[in-house]
Design a protein around this ligand. Structure first.
Ligand SMILES: [Zn+2]
Length: 137
């Protein structure tokens, strides 16, 4: 697994990503709306488990549906779901979430819109097998 995906996964599981919800908790004046669906707060659990874009990406790359179980502890829920996957699914999940976060940031900071799952994956430079189609910056 690429080091940047491991680091990203650790930050995701600890809710350390600068989502708009996390930035608002730090009292930064941001609009707290998911940049993909614009219908919910941009929180870590929305981005990981509920955003229609995320669900579309996970289905596109052939990953199982997100868990039906949820506790109030995002890290616990994520860790339980992640460890239930086999090694290749864990790798694909890691790269997919990294790609989703990368595409989210491209949209937030540069206005680059991935129109569908394939476009989002290509924006992030990741193919269905979890390999790089190009090296993102
Ligand atoms: Zn969303």
């Amino acid at each position: 697994m690429p080091a940047k995906c491991k680091i990203f996964l650790w930050r995701l599981s600890k809710s350390f990503l600068p989502t708009f919800a996390n930035l608002q908790q730090r009292r930064l004046p941001v609009r707290n709306t998911c940049p993909f669906c614009e219908s919910c707060a941009d929180s870590i659990d929305h981005l990981t488990f509920f955003c229609p874009t995320t669900l579309q990406i996970l289905a596109y790359v052939g990953l199982p549906p997100v868990p039906a179980f949820h506790s109030n502890d995002f890290g616990e829920t994520f860790a339980k779901w992640f460890t239930q996957q086999n090694k290749s699914q864990q790798l694909l999940l890691s790269v997919s979430y990294w790609a989703i976060w990368y595409a989210r940031n491209k949209l937030v900071h540069e206005g680059v819109i991935a129109r569908d799952s394939q476009g989002l994956i290509m924006t992030a430079g990741v193919d269905r097998a979890g390999g790089a189609t190009r090296t993102p910056p």
